[in-house]
Design a protein around this ligand. Structure first.
Ligand code: FES
Length: 177
C-alpha cells in the first residue's frame, strides 16, 4: 500500500537567538507556577509574562516555556499559534489595530488600513500584521473592538479612536513620531 506523502506544516515561529529571560522573569514564572495545581495550567500566564518582557513569542521562548512547565514544545507551540493575542513575530513600538468586523468593514476599515499601509510604506495587500523596517509601527486588522456604531474604529497601542477619517489617521501617525 502506498502511503501518501504529507508535507509538514511549516513552523511560523521566528528565532530569537539572543533570547535570555531576565532573573525577574524567571522569578515571576516560578511564582506563577505556585498558583496552579499543575504546571501546565499556568501555560498562558507564563506566555503572557514572556510577551510582556519581549513583546512576542519566539521559537526559543516556546522551548524555554516547555522546559519550565515540563511539557513538550508542541504543547506550547499549539497555544502560541491558536491565540491571536500571542504574537509570533516582533511588533512595532506603535501597534495600529483597525477593526475589520462587519460594521467597520462597511464603514471604511479596509480603506483606512490601506491608507495606513500606504503612508507607512507597507504592503496594503499582504495578510497579517506588518511592521515598518524601523520597527516603529505595526499595522494589522483585528476583530470587533466593541464600538460598532462609530465605524471605522481603531486602536493605537492603548488609545481608542472612533469615526477615524484619513485625516485623523495622519494625525495619529504624526502623534507617534
Ligand atoms: S465592528 Fe468594528 S467595533 Fe464592532
Amino acid at each position: 500500500m502506498n502511503v501518501p506523502h504529507i508535507e509538514p506544516i511549516p513552523n511560523p515561529l521566528q528565532h530569537q537567538r539572543d533570547f535570555a529571560p531576565s532573573a525577574a522573569l524567571d522569578a515571576e514564572v516560578n511564582e506563577l507556577l505556585t498558583h496552579y495545581p499543575e504546571k501546565r495550567a499556568a501555560s498562558l500566564m507564563v506566555l503572557h509574562a514572556i510577551q510582556d518582557q519581549f513583546g512576542w513569542i519566539s521559537q526559543e521562548a516556546v522551548e524555554w516555556t516547555a522546559k519550565k512547565l515540563e511539557l513538550e514544545p508542541i504543547n506550547v507551540y499549539e497555544l502560541v499559534t491558536f491565540y491571536p493575542m500571542l504574537r509570533q513575530q516582533p511588533m512595532g513600538k506603535y501597534q495600529i489595530k483597525v477593526c475589520r468586523t462587519l460594521s467597520c468593514a462597511l464603514g471604511g476599515a479596509y480603506a483606512l488600513r490601506e491608507h495606513f499601509c500606504n503612508k507607512l510604506g507597507l504592503d496594503a495587500h499582504a495578510h497579517g500584521p506588518q511592521t515598518t523596517k524601523d520597527g516603529k509601527f505595526t499595522v494589522e486588522f483585528v476583530e470587533c473592538l466593541a464600538s460598532c456604531g462609530t465605524p471605522p474604529v481603531m486602536m493605537c497601542n492603548d488609545d481608542f479612536y472612533e469615526n477615524v477619517s484619513h485625516k485623523k489617521a495622519d494625525e495619529i501617525i504624526g502623534g507617534c513620531r
